[in-house]
Design a protein around this ligand. Structure first.
Ligand code: SAM
Length: 316
């Protein structure tokens, strides 16, 4: 019997490949058993329409070939042919995409129904922003939304610094918020996000009204936009890394917690503990809050560093 797409999608290496995980973080020990999955995925029309970066694919195929050769395993001709095919069209000209599988247990045999496709930049910082690629805490938040659908149900949610939009798209597809606002300060980020929502709307049903709003934390003081309608929940991922932004970010969080009912959930990647201490100091100075910190234990969503999430609400 031929291999099934559903088995491919439940395979960890395939999932890591689809979202172009760093090769060093992928376990290639059993790769000979997974080669057919990878070849099947590589020939799928969605990877032709929304390609991964070609240099990533060639490096990945080369790593598989080396691993199999070193283990004395005979290589299928198709693997070599694919490698040559991609070497010939290797290019750094985008746009490039990543495909995220969030569900732990896929039951659909359709690739497009099981992934969220995101256009991403190939560098961490490009066009003066960090928002054109998806960050680890953004992936963790998107998985959390998938698993905690009831916590977002019927809520008016505003996401701060939404970047490429993976978390928000996951929330709109998997949960039923009453309304979801993607916000970010950067025009190119918002244009990319718009493209990403359009791609995913062709395969998925968005279960809520959503809006894409340009909003900078620096502008919160004079802002009228949120006066009439306060959100029930603020979400943000990987926004705590630049200490010069802590003041405006915390002022925005204070603004949103002013009405005592808005709750806040921040997903963070713990890179430098001092950064978090400094952020929490700034936050505590500005807001009188209950704060809870959790370690994210979904291993499928985390890569090298741990992700944490902070949940807080205003003291009443
Ligand atoms: C590290 S990225 C995280 C993106 C996304 N949340 C994720 O996890 O993939 C930080 C995001 O915050 C946005 N940002 C930075 N400073 C901002 C500000 N002052 N106001 C609003 N957004 C800001 C950036 O444009 C970028 O999209």
């Amino acid at each position: 019997m031929g291999i099934m797409m559903v088995d491919c999608l439940n395979n960890d290496t395939v999932r890591q490949f689809l979202c172009a995980t760093q090769l060093a973080a992928i376990n290639l020990k059993n790769i000979s058993k997974e080669v057919d999955f990878i070849l099947m995925i590589l020939s799928h029309p969605i990877l032709k329409k929304y390609p991964l970066k070609t240099t990533y694919i060639t490096r990945f195929l080369k790593a598989i070939i080396s691993q199999m050769e070193n283990s004395g395993i005979e290589l299928p001709d198709e693997l070599y042919l694919k490698y040559v095919e991609f070497i010939q069209k290797e290019s750094n000209e985008g746009p490039f995409y990543k495909h995220y599988v969030l569900d732990n247990d896929i039951i659909s045999n359709e690739l497009v129904e099981s992934v969220i496709t995101i256009q991403e930049s190939i560098s961490i910082v490009s066009q003066g922003t960090t928002g054109l690629c998806t960050w680890q805490a953004g992936i963790a938040l998107s998985c959390w939304c998938f698993k905690n659908q009831d916590k977002l149900k019927d809520k008016f949610i505003i996401e701060l610094g939404c970047g490429t939009g993976l978390s928000g798209i996951s929330a709109c597809i998997n949960c039923r918020p009453s309304e979801y606002w993607f916000t970010d300060c950067h025009t190119t980020v918002l244009n990319t996000l718009r493209h990403n929502t359009q791609i995913n709307e062709t395969h998925h049903k968005f279960n809520c009204k959503y809006d894409i709003v340009q909003f900078s934390w620096n502008d919160i003081e004079g802002l009228k936009m949120f006066e009439k309608k306060k959100p029930d929940l603020i979400l943000a991922a990987d926004v705590i890394f630049d200490h010069t932004m802590f003041e405006p970010l915390c002022s925005s969080l204070r603004y949103f917690t002013n009405n005592n009912t808005t709750e806040i959930l921040l997903f963070c990647t713990l890179r430098n503990p001092e950064t978090y201490t400094k952020f929490l100091e700034t936050l505590r100075k500005k807001c009188d809050i209950y704060l809870f910190m959790f370690k994210n234990n979904n291993k499928r969503c985390s890569r090298k560093n741990f992700t944490y999430f902070f949940f807080f609400s205003r003291k009443v």
